[in-house]
Design a protein around this ligand. Structure first.
Ligand code: KG4
Ligand code: ZN
Length: 320
């Protein structure tokens, strides 16, 4: 299975044999977008086109395979940026047509959701899934592969978006998430009191836009800016809500496994608080193609493929 992921600003390709990863390469565009403080879709799209060929050559080399030896081609078809999605999806369809092999359209969120199970001996298990990325914050009841129930999601900003916006307010380089996390390590998380929005709402919805507003109002009132304390206090508020809601969801569904995924699951404080589930595979947390290939391989093993008419969908839902 050769899987391509180009939903945002990472050009990623992976090759899997069954559920075994043979190669996984990610060409990050972070440096290109950093001067703009966020992802510029046009820039992302042009660079996917530029990077696709060298990344493809590299994975084929690492896996010691020729493109004719690939059995099926998969690509992320949504959600994501339309102009980014179309590059990877068109390429995968093109390879499938040329080689006469099947094509599989994969949901990016399903890739994140199942990525914690990748490489585990048990494979996909019933679990509560928390997907926390730059674009999404979802709690999902995972019954089995392809059978998901959306428990709740954010009403406004995604958790990663809150990290990035606050990072920007604090003058940190893009993306804010890892930088806030890094600075918070030496900070006092109890110094400033940020809102734990909706922590007792009794449902599995989230709201993170208030955090950025709190930070915006707090900053002008401070005599001096102590970045570690500010970052640690802000981060603690997000982590508290994510952990509390996930524990509530596990209790409500009776699931004994929590599957944490998405870029924000790289956060050391979040991992610390949900350690037992997340210790295994940080490399699979941020966008990559191995997670797309894993879902594609699982579906392909059940005889599932997609028609070439399967289109990209920037708003593709996880649960229809
Ligand atoms: O999953 P991902 O790579 O791309 C999306 O699908 O969005 O997630 C990227 C997000 C960004 O918002 C980034 O700031 C955040 O994940 N992130 C982190 C950390 N590492 C990445 N947020 C907090 N702490 C981190 N260590
Ligand atoms: Zn993602």
């Amino acid at each position: 299975m050769l899987a391509i992921e180009t939903s945002c600003d990472e050009t990623a390709i992976a090759i899997l044999k069954g559920s075994t990863l043979l190669a996984s390469e990610v060409a990050s565009q972070i440096a290109l977008h950093a001067p703009y403080g966020g992802v510029v879709p046009e820039v992302a799209s042009r660079n996917h086109l530029r990077m696709l060929k060298p990344v493809l050559q590299r994975v084929l080399e690492i896996a010691r395979l020729k493109i004719e030896e690939i059995d099926a081609f998969a690509a992320t078809c949504g959600p994501g940026l339309a102009t980014s999605l179309m590059i990877g999806a068109s390429a995968a369809k093109g390879f499938a047509v040329v080689t006469g092999k099947p094509f599989l359209a994969i949901n990016h969120l399903e890739g994140h959701l199942l990525s914690p199970f990748f490489g585990t001996t048990e494979g996909v298990r019933s679990a509560v899934g928390l997907v926390v990325s730059g674009g999404h914050t979802l709690l999902v009841d995972i019954e089995s592969i392809g059978h998901y129930r959306l428990l709740g999601q954010t009403h406004d900003d995604a958790a990663g978006e809150a990290f990035d916006k606050v990072g920007k307010l604090l003058g940190l380089p893009y993306p804010g998430g890892p930088n806030v996390n890094h600075l918070a390590i030496g900070g006092d998380a109890s110094r400033y009191d940020f809102p734990r929005s909706m922590i007792d709402s009794g449902d599995f919805s989230f709201s993170f836009s208030g955090l950025k507003t709190s930070m915006r109002y707090l900053l002008p009132k401070l005599e001096s800016i102590h970045l570690p304390d500010l970052c640690a206090s802000f981060q603690e508020a997000i982590v508290d809500v994510l952990v509390a809601k996930t524990v509530q969801a596990a209790a409500a569904t009776g699931r004994s496994v929590v599957a944490l995924s998405g870029g924000v699951s790289c956060n050391t404080r979040l991992r610390e608080k949900m350690e037992e589930v997340c210790a295994a595979q940080p490399a699979l947390c941020t966008d990559n193609a191995a997670m797309i290939g894993y879902v594609a391989a699982l579906k392909f093993a059940h005889g599932e493929t997609s028609p070439f008419s399967a289109d990209i969908d920037p708003n593709l839902p996880l649960v229809a």
